[in-house]
Design a protein around this ligand. Structure first.
Ligand code: 2BA
Length: 100
């Protein structure tokens, strides 16, 4: 069992979660905020079997687009652009999984 933790942009959240639930993945959506841009994003928690992790990540990647966003800076025009997304994914081992 693994816990896939995926940070996706707000714009892609609906498409990513729809694709995952259609393929029978169980998901928890958390509303989160990026530390750098301080903009809202979504962190998805997906508990799944080891052999389904690659497929899960493929689906997330297929539905996450790259975005360019303005970041505040000390530049004369007051901003600069950074590339954000598609998705940032962490895969964690799960010691125990129970539904009580
Ligand atoms: P943010 O922290 O708001 O970062 C948005 C984008 O700004 C990043 O896109 C990256 O292109 C840029 N960026 C972030 N920190 C930077 C820095 N110190 N210097 C220069 N540019 C920087 P992504 O890398 O695609 O990350 C999207 C979001 O995923 C992040 O939003 C954050 O919420 C999360 N994230 C990314 N890497 C992470 C990590 N190693 N640990 C925890 N969260 C992470």
């Amino acid at each position: 069992m693994k816990l896939v933790m995926a940070i996706v942009s707000k714009e892609d959240t609906s498409s990513v979660t729809h694709a995952l639930t259609k393929e029978n993945y169980y998901i928890t959506r958390l509303s989160t905020t990026g530390g750098f841009l301080r903009a809202g994003n979504t962190t998805l928690l997906i508990g799944t079997d080891d052999e389904k992790v690659d497929h899960c990540i493929e689906l997330i990647g297929a539905h996450s687009k790259h975005h360019t966003q303005k970041a505040a800076s000390s530049a004369p025009d007051g901003s600069r652009e950074v590339k954000a997304g598609g998705a940032t994914v962490f895969v964690l081992g799960v010691g125990q999984f129970q539904k009580l």
